[in-house]
Ligand binder design. Structure first.
Ligand SMILES: N[C@@H](CCC(=O)N[C@@H](CS)C(=O)NCC(=O)O)C(=O)O
Length: 270
């Protein structure tokens, strides 16, 4: 039996959902973990994911955590269509993309989401509830990052790091597509594209893709091709209709601060 613990509006869960859709796999058991209702901190869930994060895959009782590893595992479990290149070298190179997306890309998207949207939600909570929320966290680095983004907004060093990261990732994508290839690894759509897709979709929801892609036509084309992909549509990657509106409104309030930070970053390091 294959079970997935996930939350629809989580960019990490969307990686697993998109992999299922790529493979045409539908016979898995869904378990919803509602992050806004803080179900990730349920002691029963913490037994399978002590970091209080989604997604978690359970296959025949074995636990597999980390969204990119779940996607990789599903690719091995259901070989068709393959999402890894044939050559070992190209597979290692593909994994370098995924490593960067996991290590820096995720933190960047999470920081920008907090600075633009979740910040307002959390600051609107009664103080006791907010303190209880922080106290219930299980990963110190994440708590520090979230607190910094919530209390300092675009003045948080995590916001600048996020801008640096996505400036770099989008530049690398534009560069690699310059030889005419449709996907990051060439003619084949791979886990490199798939693992990036939900993160870029969140940035799009925050209205940040346009400024980043306006001078990157090849990446624009790549992003359009991802959005047109059957698995992207079937897995409903990207913010839901209601969320899109909130993100657009909240994102617009701090868009000027984003542009200013990005200009500062480009002047210093661009
Ligand atoms: N590196 C982990 C990150 C998982 C993660 O942080 N998931 C987020 C949703 S995208 C989460 O569960 N957050 C819970 C929270 O913020 O309390 C993975 O890729 O699976």
């Amino acid at each position: 039996m294959l079970e997935l613990f996930y939350f629809e509006n989580s960019i990490c869960s969307e990686r697993a959902l998109m992999t299922f859709a790529e493979k045409g796999v539908t016979d898995w058991v869904p378990h919803h973990v509602h992050l806004f209702e803080h179900q990730q901190f349920d002691p029963e869930y913490l037994k399978i994911n002590p970091k209080a994060q989604v997604p978690t895959l359970v296959h025949e009782g074995e636990i597999i955590r980390e969204s990119s590893l779940i996607a990789d595992y599903l690719d091995d479990l259901y070989p068709e269509p393959p999402l890894k290149p044939q050559s070992l070298t190209a597979t290692a190179q593909m994994r370098e993309w995924i490593k960067e997306t996991d290590e820096a890309g995720y933190e960047g998207v999470a920081s920008l989401s907090f600075v633009a949207v979740f910040r307002a939600k959390l600051l609107a909570m009664p103080e006791d509830d907010l303190n209880a929320y922080w106290a219930g966290q299980t990963v110190l680095e994440r708590t520090q990052r979230q607190k910094s983004c919530v209390y300092d907004g675009y003045e948080s060093p995590y916001a600048l790091r996020a801008i640096a990261t996505w400036e770099r990732i989008f530049s690398k994508i534009e560069e690699v597509l310059a030889d005419g290839r449709p996907w990051i690894m060439g003619e084949q759509f791979t886990l490199a594209d798939l693992n990036l897709a939900p993160f870029v979709a969140r940035l799009d929801g925050l209205q940040l893709v346009e400024p980043w892609l306006q001078d990157r036509p090849l990446t624009q084309k790549w992003w359009q091709a991802i959005q047109a992909r059957r698995s992207y549509i079937e897995a409903r990657v990207g913010p839901s209709a209601g969320e899109t509106e909130t993100m657009r409104i909240e994102g617009a309030k701090v868009f000027g601060e984003f542009e200013q930070k990005r200009a500062e970053y480009l002047a210093a390091y661009g």
